[in-house]
Design a protein around this ligand. Structure first.
Ligand code: SF4
Length: 228
């Protein structure tokens, strides 16, 4: 397992102010600048990742997948891993440095601004990690599946526990934990498995959520039904 405690990232203040929607209000903008200059330098995005052999792919009676000795159950994961020998489980996080950050001295909107800063950090950490795994695995094209992303039954969020097992406790080393309902803390953390894919799989293709501002691909019912 590889643990990276200081994933490189950069904070673009102008982009943040624009995303926060404060640029037409001088007072609010000054407050957002103050929060950003206090909070952003504290963040240290982190990541953990590894490699696991695809040991077993189950059949239609039970869509079971065994990765590195850990069993998962998801029809779409099963279909995505047809012909794949190895997966790359991972967690990338904004870092836990702002978890106890005291917002009492800032505008009430600071809660959302802090989330925006953390979002920027985890987005960059996740992109950096994908590049790292691409380089090290020498796989031409990687796709990712993530427990809890898309429709609830695609890859149930409860299987975060197995994913964390697959990472052999290394998530503790980057300050990430699971709640009883399998949500990750810090909230701006992503987890999943990278795998070689020729089909350009994305979770959005099997997600029926309407009006999602983050949608990256059209819903593809054929793919959703067939799982491949
Ligand atoms: S459509 Fe939205 S909710 Fe669904 S998988 Fe894509 S980003 Fe996630």
């Amino acid at each position: 397992m590889t643990v990276v405690r200081d994933v490189p990232w950069s904070f673009d203040l102008d982009a943040f102010l624009s995303a926060a929607g404060v640029t037409d209000d001088a007072e609010l903008e000054a407050e957002a600048r103050r929060l950003a200059s206090d909070a952003a330098p504290l963040l240290r995005p982190k990541a953990v990742y590894g490699s696991a052999r695809v040991e077993r792919l189950g059949g239609p009676d039970r869509w079971e997948v065994v990765l590195g000795g850990v069993t998962f159950e998801s029809e779409i994961l099963r279909c995505n891993l047809e012909g794949v020998e190895r997966v790359y489980p991972y967690v990338a996080t904004c870092g836990a440095e702002l978890e106890g950050f005291d917002l009492s001295a800032y505008d009430y909107l600071a809660f959302y601004w802090l989330d925006e800063i953390k979002h920027t950090a985890v987005t960059q950490a996740s992109a950096w990690l994908r590049r790292r795994v691409l380089e090290e695995s020498a796989v031409p094209r990687l796709a990712s599946m993530n427990p809890g992303s898309g429709d609830a039954d695609v890859w149930p969020i409860a299987q975060q526990r197995q994913l964390f097992d697959l990472l052999a406790g290394a998530t503790d080393e980057i300050g990430v934990r699971l709640t009883d309902s399998s949500l990750m803390v810090p909230n701006k953390t992503v987890s999943g498995v990278f795998f070689a894919s020729e089909t350009n799989y994305t979770n959005c293709k099997v997600c029926t959520r309407e009006n999602c501002p983050n949608r990256r691909a059209k819903y593809d019912p054929e793919r959703a039904m067939a799982g491949h």
